[in-house]
Ligand binder design. Structure first.
Ligand SMILES: NC(=O)c1ccc[n+]([C@@H]2O[C@H](COP(=O)([O-])OP(=O)(O)OC[C@H]3O[C@@H](n4cnc5c(N)ncnc54)[C@H](OP(=O)(O)O)[C@@H]3O)[C@@H](O)[C@H]2O)c1
Length: 228
């Protein structure tokens, strides 16, 4: 597929490299032409440099690899170019003290959707550090990393699930875009645990078989109802 990338930083580099290797056509859009040129050259595999608008026009999927504070403004400016496109949001609205900057308001993903109302916004790739996304592939203890994906449009979700697999990960349906804020809050929690406490965030959830408690091991939560 054709992928436009907004931003020339770490996430643009990590994710677009996988997608170019997987055979997708990638255009790297930057506000700084030299940075776009440098990143496109580094990625190789036919990746091309461009301005932000050209990258948005080019992509069937457009990755917003921008700071939370810049995403909505850029999307608003480019909204006509984003009409009908999949707009992939990996941002983390996390501030000092691991605070969620969107508390009591719309999530970062919802703010992108409001800024570019013709785009199909999908949230994914926000839960791990760039260096995890650079792994080829991100597999731990023999198990591919699971990537929750939130969005409302089925065709857009299908495309993003493919892009998750191209990174070497397993997509997990995370629900509609109204749940994207939960992914953002989870990132704030995880970053606080990792950086603030030195705690292993992976250890905070039991295996699926124990999700409803040990007594119900092996019983699907689908049949048992939700944990209380
Ligand atoms: N890094 C991670 O480990 C990680 C992991 C998960 C999620 N995320 C999220 O992914 C997003 C990108 O992170 P990153 O680490 O890739 O950031 P980054 O390395 O700082 O790159 C940000 C990019 O956005 C551009 N930019 C900033 N303000 C802009 C504006 N107003 N208009 C146009 N372009 C603008 C920057 O351009 P200039 O270079 O010209 O300033 C740069 O190309 C963030 O929302 C972050 O929360 C990051």
């Amino acid at each position: 597929m054709r992928i436009g990338v907004l931003g020339t930083g770490n996430m643009a580099d990590a994710l677009a490299t996988h997608w170019a290797r997987a055979g997708h056509e990638v255009t790297i859009g930057g506000r700084d032409a030299h940075k776009a040129e440098r990143l496109a050259t580094r990625i190789g595999d036919g990746a091309k440099p461009a301005g932000l608008r050209t990258a948005a026009e080019f992509g069937q999927v457009v990755l917003a690899a921008l700071p939370f504070g810049a995403g909505a403004g850029v999307a608003r400016e480019l909204h006509t170019a984003l009409d009908g496109k999949v707009l992939l949001d990996c941002s983390n609205p996390v501030g000092p003290g691991f605070r969620l900057l969107t508390e009591r308001g719309p999530s970062a993903a919802q703010q992108l959707a409001a800024a570019a109302p013709g785009a199909h916004v999908v949230k994914a790739f926000n839960l791990c550090h760039e260096d995890v996304w650079r792994m080829r592939p991100p597999v731990f203890d023999g198990r591919p990393l699971a990537v929750p994906v939130c969005g409302d449009d089925q065709a857009a979700l299908t495309r993003v699930h493919e892009l998750v697999r191209d990174v070497g990960c397993e997509p997990v349906a995370g629900g509609g875009l109204e749940r994207a804020g939960l992914l953002e809050a989870t990132a704030a929690l995880f970053i606080g645990l990792w950086v603030g406490e030195g705690a292993d965030a992976q250890a905070i959830a039991p295996p699926l078989a124990y999700a409803a408690g040990p007594r119900h091991e092996g019983t699907s939560l689908h049949h048992r109802g939700e944990p209380r």
